[in-house]
Structure formats: structure tokens, C-alpha cells
Design a binder for this molecule. Structure first.
Ligand code: PRP
Length: 178
């Protein structure tokens, strides 16, 4: 199958990274169970693949958030479209994200979730864009640091498309259909 754009991270590289993150989480939570919180929509593939690499008991919940902004840039104003279905008080939470870009979404989510008094919150993100976090976010489980290019695939979209690509690829915004 022909690939789109300039492939940055292959399917095999993603699988290796997800296996590594799963092993790290399994080791760190050997004595406790974990509540994975996937941030929709982008995290659905990372959530599905990462969870299958975790060897300790895991429960699942999801939040859907939307950041106001244009198609390629977030604004930092976050709206909750779907909240968690369960209480997280006393739970060990791992937020699962496909990408940390400006960090504004996670900054908002961390503030929002800490109020609910979980035992701990850590972050697992497949991709972290380097050098552009407006707010520093500690990402304990990170797959790849990537340059600040516009990427799609493996959960990441452009106008709703390309989330199903099994690799992460760089699209030049000038080449995109408007
Ligand atoms: C993406 C991604 C993160 C957020 C990161 O979601 O899944 O949630 O952007 O950006 P930030 O670090 O600059 O805040 P998006 O808002 O595109 O929604 P989607 O997952 O539904 O595509």
C-alpha cells in the first residue's frame, strides 16, 4: 500500500514503543491496579494497543475533549464533551494520549482530575512534540519525542481523516486539501 506524506514513525517502531511502555507500566504498577483514561478521539489506538501490553489488572474509562482552535493548532481552551463514567478517588490513574503538543489539553485535564482526589496520576503519550510545550508537562511514559511538524496517523487526524493510518506521517499543510 502506498504511504501518505513522509513517514516519521513506522508501524513496527510504534509496536516496539508501545511494548516498551506496557512493560514499564506493568513493572511500576506490579502491586496495584490501574485505571487507564483514554482521551478521545486521538488516543483510541494507543489505548487499544498499549492496554494489551500491560500485565497488571487494568480498568478503562474515557474522556472526550475538544480544544477550540483551527485544524492544525490548539488554542488552550478545552471543553469536556464526555466525562469519566467512574469515580477516580483513591485510584491510580494513567492518562493515555496520542500526542502532547502545546501541553494545554493535559494541563487542563490534570487540574480537572486532581480535584477528584486520585491516589496518583501519570501520563502515557505515544508522541511528544519537542520544544513547543507552553506549559511543561511531565510525561512519564513516552513513546517518541518528535519535531514540531504537523503529523497524522495512528489516531491523529486532519479534518477527521487519516486516524486509521498504522504509521505516523508528516503532512505539509500546503499540500493538504482546504
Ligand atoms: C489532540 C491530542 C491531544 C491534544 C494535544 O486532540 O489527542 O488531546 O490534541 O494538544 P495540546 O497538547 O496542544 O493541547 P484534538 O484536540 O486534536 O482532538 P482529537 O483527539 O479528537 O483529534
Amino acid at each position: 500500500m502506498e504511504t501518505l506524506g513522509t513517514v516519521l514513525i513506522t508501524e513496527e517502531q510504534i509496536a516496539d514503543a508501545v511494548a516498551r511502555l506496557g512493560a514499564e507500566i506493568s513493572a511500576d504498577y506490579a502491586d496495584s491496579d490501574v485505571l487507564l483514561v483514554g482521551i478521545l478521539k486521538g488516543a483510541f489506538l494507543t489505548m487499544a494497543d498499549l492496554s494489551r501490553q500491560i500485565q497488571v489488572p487494568v480498568e478503562f474509562d474515557f474522556m472526550a475533549v475538544s480544544s477550540y482552535g483551527d485544524a492544525t493548532k490548539s488554542s488552550g481552551v478545552v471543553r469536556i464533551l464526555k466525562d469519566l463514567e467512574q469515580e477516580i478517588s483513591g485510584r491510580h490513574v494513567v492518562i493515555v494520549e496520542d500526542i502532547v503538543d502545546t501541553g494545554l489539553t493535559l494541563h487542563y485535564l490534570l487540574e480537572n482530575l486532581w480535584v477528584r482526589k486520585p491516589a496518583s496520576i501519570e501520563i502515557a503519550a505515544l508522541l511528544v512534540k519537542e520544544g513547543i510545550q507552553e506549559i511543561p508537562i511531565e510525561v512519564k511514559y513516552r513513546g517518541f519525542n518528535i519535531p514540531p511538524d504537523f503529523v497524522v496517523g495512528y489516531g491523529l487526524d486532519y479534518t477527521g481523516l487519516y486516524r486509521n493510518l498504522p504509521y505516523v506521517t508528516v503532512l505539509d499543510p500546503d499540500d493538504l486539501p482546504s
